[in-house]
Design a protein around this ligand. Structure first.
Ligand code: ADP
Ligand code: MG
Length: 454
């Protein structure tokens, strides 16, 4: 019997051999990669799953294989990410496939809607937890996924990193793929769009490139901010966009900012982006974080005390990706050292992460960083010098103090050499105006903010 055949019979039996819960949580992700000289290679999408399965179920899995195939003497689980192209696999985890008759054992496991775009099979509507910050985005995503009528074109999601934009886009793709398999969906990042475009230019097959993009029913481009400042890619994107809109095909886009806030876009592109429905995914709330943790915990085979869940929801407020990361870390730690999860162990394991989330920005931090950045003295932050080269950085620091701390205008005024709150307000306004008018200035400030957040 071929390994594929054995695996297709063995895998369903794992449900009863282990428990239903174990199967649903862990083992169902296993795929057969190959049999090579008596070694079986299985794969899972994440390191976490690999470690978990390797630590707990490997011996039994090997025994089960040996019952059907006595020649098998070892079994190994590899990581094979499903959302990135296979060539980016960590080479230490790559198995050289045998080129002879064994190739028939290699299973094709990837779901692939088009070319090199892998969809993460965990990112579905089912696994998306809905709360106040994302309910509008979720509703819009479902609407678009479910109907053939175009209600809004494009649908544009924006929000900070790790808040679920990519998850929603994949969910739409899965949904359409499953329910309307004839509709052609193309999902890719703006970066991939650019690479394909550049490749097409180089190989002089721009016509094929255009045909490919113009023949889809639904085009999704993720992280559109990437094409800011890239003029010829923007131009091509603009034409693709118009062609699809003309043909009444759905376009779905995401970016870290709204179309009006995106810098470095040509005006005509920016205005097109705002044509349809622009939905903001807001930062998480405590309730949403709790909901997300609760849903993830269901699939974990360990007891996670309620106070730990509440603690995480309170403390890890930056974004959902970090929240998941925190949970994975405490679970992995508990599994590896074989200890129960407690509030104490959680605090210890997550010490660095908690510190980063805890970091409270002070006005002094901001003054120091701004002074350094614009090469003025810290004392100029509270001095009376009115020269623009010191007054402007001072206004910038006031603006950042207003934006990044909870201090009131009078409090900020006091920290800037006892200035009146109207002076602070004026400074903040001035900076806001400059942000609108001067993209260079805006980029610079954006960078400064990011330095401060680190
Ligand atoms: P973005 O694209 O906005 O940076 P992602 O879509 O990559 O964020 O989300 C980051 C992680 O958080 C992913 O693992 C995703 O599954 C998870 N996530 C985000 N929003 C939700 C949600 N509402 N419910 C469940 N998981 C979520
Ligand atoms: Mg994303």
């Amino acid at each position: 019997m071929s390994p594929n055949k054995i695996w297709s019979e063995l895998k369903p039996r794992l449900r009863t051999h282990f428990s239903e819960k174990t199967y649903e949580s862990w083992l169902k992700f296993l795929e057969l990669e190959e049999l090579n000289n008596g070694r079986i290679y299985l794969s899972v999408p994440t390191r976490f799953l690999r470690d978990w399965i390797t630590n707990r179920y490997l011996d039994q899995l090997l025994k089960l294989w040996q019952e059907s195939m006595p020649g098998v003497f070892s079994l190994e689980v590899l990581v094979k990410p499903q959302n990135t192209p296979a060539e980016s696999m960590d080479s230490s985890q790559t198995v050289t496939k045998q080129s002879t008759q064994d190739t028939s054992f290699i299973q094709k496991t990837k779901t692939n809607l088009d070319g090199d775009n892998k969809l993460d099979n965990r990112y579905t509507f089912d696994t998306f937890v809905v709360g106040k910050p994302n309910e509008l985005a979720y509703a819009a995503a479902q609407r678009v996924a479910d109907s053939k009528t175009i209600y809004f074109n494009p649908l544009f999601f924006h929000g900070g990193v790790g808040l679920g934009k990519t998850h929603l886009m994949h969910a739409i793709a899965w949904h359409i793929n499953h329910n309307h398999p004839k509709r052609k969906v193309l999902y890719l990042s703006a970066e991939q769009f650019m690479h394909r475009f550049v490749r097409a230019l180089r190989h002089k097959d721009i016509i094929a490139f255009r045909d490919q993009f113009r023949s889809v029913d639904v085009l999704m481009i993720d992280d559109v901010q990437f094409i800011s400042g890239k003029d010829s890619t923007q131009e091509e994107f603009f034409h693709t966009f118009n062609a699809l809109v003309d043909k009444k095909k759905q376009i779905i886009l995401s970016a870290d900012k709204s179309p009006t806030e995106l810098q470095g876009l040509e005006e005509r592109v920016r205005s097109r982006l705002g044509w349809g429905l622009v939905v903001d995914i807001h930062p998480t709330t405590y309730e949403l974080r709790l909901g997300i943790l609760a849903s993830k915990v269901e699939s974990i085979d360990l007891v996670i005390p309620e106070n730990v869940i509440e603690f995480l929801a309170h403390k890890i407020t930056s974004n959902i990706r970090e929240l998941e990361g925190a949970l994975n870390r405490i679970v992995a730690h508990a599994t590896l050292v074989g200890q129960k999860i407690t509030l104490e162990s959680t605090q210890a394991v997550l010490r660095d992460l908690l510190r980063a989330n805890d970091k409270v920005m002070t006005i002094e931090d901001i003054q120091k960083q701004v002074a350094e950045h614009y090469n003025v003295r810290i004392s100029d932050m509270y001095s009376n010098r009115r020269l623009r080269i010191v007054a402007r950085p001072r206004q910038i620091a006031m603006y950042l103090a207003k934006k990044m701390t909870s201090a009131s205008l009078p409090e900020i005024g006091r920290k800037f050499g006892g200035r009146d709150h109207t002076t602070v307000m004026h400074g903040v306004k001035k900076v806001e105006e400059l942000l609108q008018q001067d993209t260079q200035f805006a980029d610079d400030l954006y960078m400064l903010e990011n330095i401060l957040k680190k």
